[in-house]
Structure formats: structure tokens, C-alpha cells
Write a protein that binds this ligand. Structure first.
Ligand code: GUE
Length: 301
């Protein structure tokens, strides 16, 4: 962070830190209420199958968090921890079984997958009605044509935070940094559906900083630690940091940081999400919300 970057609007009040963790806790409480109602009507809890291939420790921790939070929200989880050498056919067979299992409303296959398994084949094998990640082309198509869809959890969490703070988003200028299938593209679709003026920028964009400075709403999902500094920010803008980067420290420890330089951006923005404690917890809460939605939709007819 340069002095120049931190002092371009020296008299502005520091930005509000958006507490995504607290918002996610409240959202999970809403899901728990919905689950209880579902259970009273359907005679069973909503069910979420979580598939993890391989023994990456970070992924294991993350899957455990999901299962604990699912249980707290009245959702039954069905863990499937498969060895790292599982082949694609074995995984597709498991998905076929889960597609046909009435107790299972949502199927989540933790990404990334080992090299011998093709992500696309796996995503396309999941019943779109159980696709709680919203990655299946049917859900992608539904979202992009404004139909009801299961929507990817991270951009959904961003939208809920924005609507909570700003209410109606109509006419707001939104800039999305990054164009991934998991975050950037669905984020743009959701903001368009909410009547924002949307610009998506990426590594080949000309004058990225100037585009970002036009944003009332800036959503950053690029995977480059702290690349967004104060020079990218319109005074008063709301900034959502989707990045989760683990940086090695000299003492052998590591720390988590986002794609946004939080302290620098806080001198200019109106409100910023921190990392950790921002969008990450919202992602998991939205996974549970999607599982409840899938359960409700599957039993509605
Ligand atoms: N099919 C699939 N769907 C996913 O949604 C998916 C996935 N695969 N693979 C991995 C990524 C990553 N991801 C995170 C969600 C929450 C936090 C989170 O809650 N992070 C905490 C910090 C956790 C820590 O301290 O390590 C926070 O930001 O506060 C992190 C990462 C979902 N992913």
C-alpha cells in the first residue's frame, strides 16, 4: 500500500466492515426455520450429499464445517469421502445412485477434482434439481434467461448482502472483477436480473482501475492477493471481496487474505467485506439455503 493510495481522500470516514459471518449466522437461522417447516410437512429433513475425492486436509476441514452447519440447520448430510485414486466411472455411479435417492435433495462434489476425473462430466451427471452448487448447464441457462434456478452459492451470498444493505439495486453501477464460471459470470447475471448496470472486467481489460472507479458496487473475484487498492475505488462504494488467498509467513505460519487490500480500500469505500469473516461464511450458508430450496421444489409437485 503506497501513501498516495491510502491518502487520496484523506478526510473521508473509514469504511464500514461488513460482518459476513454474523449475516451468515442469521441466514442459517432462517434456513433452520424453513427446514423445521419442511420436516413437519414432508416427514423428513432436507438431505445434502457431500462428496470429497482425496484427502487434501484443507478440503476435509471445509467439508466438516459444511456438515456441522448443515446439522445445526436441520439438514441431514450424507458424506462420501472417496480415495484420491477413485476413477471417473466410480464417481459417476455414486452420483447416479444419489440422483435416484429420495432422501437426497442436494449433491455437492467438492472441487477441484483429481486429474483423472473430468469436472465437466461430473457436473453434467448431477440431476439439475439437486445441483445445489448451481454449476449444471441447465441451471446456468435458467439463471441467464431469468428463470428460477439453483444459483452458485458465492454470488448468491454476495447478492443477499447487497440487497440487505442497499435494498433495491435498480440502476446501480456494478463492476465485477473476474469472469469465472463459479463466481464472476453468475454474479454478473444476478446483478443484471436485479436491474444493475453491469460491467465485467478481467485480466485483458484496458484500464481496469478506471472501470472499477466507476462502480457503486464492486465485486472482486480474481484470486490475486490484495491486488485492489484505494486507486480502484469510488468514494462511498460497497466492495465485496470474494478472494481467499493463503499467504505464507516468514515464521512458517500462514494467513488468509482477500483480493482487496482491506486497510487501503477502507480509506475510500463506504463499506468493505473482510477476509476471513466476509463472503466465505455466506457461501456455506447459501449452500444450506439452496439445499432447502431444492428440497421444497422437489416435493412441491
Ligand atoms: N463444489 C464446490 N463448491 C464450493 O462452494 C467450493 C468448492 N467446491 N471447493 C472449494 C471452494 C472454496 N469454498 C469456500 C467456502 C467458504 C469458505 C469460508 O468460509 N472461509 C472462511 C475462512 C476459513 C478458514 O479460516 O480457512 C472465511 O472466509 O471466513 C472458504 C472457502 C467453497 N468452495
Amino acid at each position: 500500500m503506497t501513501d498516495q493510495a491510502s491518502n487520496i481522500y484523506p478526510e473521508a470516514a473509514p469504511a464500514e466492515r461488513i460482518d459476513g459471518k454474523a449475516f451468515a449466522t442469521a441466514l442459517r437461522a432462517d434456513v433452520a426455520e424453513g427446514s423445521a417447516r419442511f420436516r413437519a410437512q414432508a416427514g423428513r429433513q432436507p438431505g445434502l450429499a457431500v462428496i470429497l475425492v482425496g484427502d487434501d486436509p484443507a478440503s476435509q476441514v471445509y467439508v466438516k464445517t459444511k456438515m456441522r452447519q448443515a446439522a445445526d440447520a436441520g439438514i441431514t448430510s450424507f458424506p462420501h469421502l472417496l480415495p484420491g485414486n477413485t476413477n471417473q466411472d466410480e464417481l459417476l455411479q455414486l452420483i447416479a445412485l444419489l440422483n435416484g435417492d429420495d432422501q437426497v435433495d442436494g449433491i455437492l462434489v467438492q472441487l477441484p477434482l483429481p486429474a483423472q476425473i473430468e469436472e465437466k462430466a461430473v457436473i453434467e451427471a448431477i440431476d439439475p434439481a439437486k445441483d445445489v452448487d448451481g454449476f449444471h448447464p441447465v441451471n446456468v441457462g435458467r439463471l441467464s434467461t431469468g428463470q428460477s434456478a439453483l444459483v452458485p452459492c458465492t454470488p448468491l451470498g454476495c447478492l443477499l448482502l447487497l440487497q440487505d444493505r442497499l435494498g433495491d439495486l435498480s440502476g446501480k453501477k456494478a463492476v465485477v472483477v473476474g469472469r469465472s464460471n463459479i463466481v464472476g459470470k453468475p454474479m454478473g447475471q444476478l446483478l443484471l436480473n436485479a436491474h444493475c448496470t453491469v460491467t465485467t472486467v478481467h485480466s485483458r481489460s484496458q484500464d481496469l482501475a478506471a472501470e472499477c472507479r466507476s462502480a457503486d458496487i464492486l465485486v472482486v473475484a480474481v484470486g490475486r492477493a490484495e491486488m485492489i487498492d484505494a486507486s480502484y475505488i469510488k468514494p462511498g462504494a460497497i466492495v465485496l471481496d470474494v478472494g481467499i488467498n493463503r499467504i505464507a509467513l516468514e515464521d512458517g505460519q500462514s494467513r488468509l487474505t482477500g483480493d482487496v487490500d482491506f486497510d487501503a480500500v477502507s480509506t475510500v469505500a463506504g463499506a468493505v467485506t473482510p477476509v476471513p469473516g466476509g463472503i466465505g461464511p455466506m457461501t456455506v450458508a447459501c449452500l444450506l439455503r439452496n439445499t432447502l430450496s431444492a428440497a421444497q421444489a422437489r416435493t412441491a409437485h
